[in-house]
Design a protein around this ligand. Structure first.
Ligand code: FAD
Length: 272
């Protein structure tokens, strides 16, 4: 969609070239959301792709995913990776139902910054204990655990002018054992409940998104029974603002499906 109110596009080549923030600014990543609906308040786009960040960097301690890494690039990396979490990365990429055009443009950072409850990159980053690097507008850097990055639907810890630079994932998380479940109201609809389980010691850590207003986590040091799973999830979700409600699923159905998916995950991880 044409953004008729936009008067200029800035393409910074490095951090020092990021312009001082003005009213009507928006960062542009893949643009799959920015260009998907009218933005009459926008006057200027700041194109993050011009910064030229490498999509994925591998270190001895893990990987660093640039905010501008596309879902297609991330999925392609995972398809050729040997670490156990590669399958989870692919499942999360594919949890965003979109055409190849969306997949090739949508970025990891844009997905986190848009902060839709159904953001699969948020689910992935939280489940893998990711750490976000934020370039604050005042020139400082801040490390924010991915579980604290999204505060609610459309709301993040970013202040105006802040940029999400990268998400770092540690080696230990990449070597973890995971189980993934996702459900939508319609066959190729947006996620209504997405649950990821990770084996931790003799227990399990559950990450719940899409059904909730923000990502939530429940930890169990021993394999939990169904009653405990239901009780702890309900308590944690209530404390995090409750079950999400929109056209992709009613709260009571999302709650029911989350309990069911979490139970399946706990049984799957216990049986492996
Ligand atoms: C058909 C279709 C299906 C979709 N399905 C889903 C879905 O299932 N789940 C879902 O979560 N989304 C979905 N979306 C929404 C959107 O496409 C994705 O969330 C996508 O990942 C956004 O990434 P992007 O790079 O295109 O972001 P953009 O559209 O470029 O930006 C999105 C927002 O984030 C800000 N932003 C982007 N990057 C940064 C950064 N590094 N630092 C600071 N701010 C930044 C932008 O200013 C803007 O406000 C869908 C969209 C379409 C068109």
């Amino acid at each position: 969609m044409d953004l008729n109110a936009v008067e200029g596009v800035v393409r910074p080549g490095c951090r020092a070239e990021l312009p001082a923030r003005q009213d009507g600014d928006a960062f542009l990543a893949g643009g799959t959301w920015v260009f998907s609906e009218p933005q009459p308040h926008l006057r200027r786009l700041i194109d993050l792709a011009a910064l030229g960040w490498p999509a994925i960097e591998t270190h001895v301690n893990g990987i660093s995913i640039a905010a501008t890494c596309t879902l297609a690039e991330l999925e392609a990396m995972a398809a050729n990776a040997a670490f156990p979490a590669a399958a989870l990365i692919q499942q999360c990429c594919r949890a965003l139902w979109g055409s190849f055009k969306i997949w090739n443009m949508a970025t990891v950072g844009g997905n986190l910054c848009l902060a839709l409850p159904a953001a699969p990159m948020a689910a992935l980053a939280v489940a893998l204990d990711g750490v976000c690097t934020v370039w604050r507008a005042d020139g400082t850097d801040e490390s924010v655990p991915a579980r604290n990055f999204i505060l609610g639907p459309g709301k993040t810890c970013l202040a105006p002018g802040d940029v999400l630079r990268r998400v770092a994932i540690g080696r230990e998380a990449l070597e973890g054992r995971f189980a993934f479940r996702q459900v939508s109201l319609t066959e190729e609809g947006r996620s209504a409940a997405l649950v990821i389980g990770r084996s931790v010691g003799g227990g399990v850590k559950l990450t719940i998104t899409a059904a909730t207003r923000r990502p939530v986590q429940c930890g169990f040091t021993t394999p939990p029974d169904t009653e405990r799973v239901v009780r702890d999830i309900d308590r944690t979700v209530d404390a995090a603002g409750g079950w999400f409600d929109d056209c992709h699923g009613a709260p009571d159905w999302r709650r029911h499906m989350t309990h069911r998916l979490a139970g399946e995950i706990c049984r799957e991880l216990a049986a492996r």
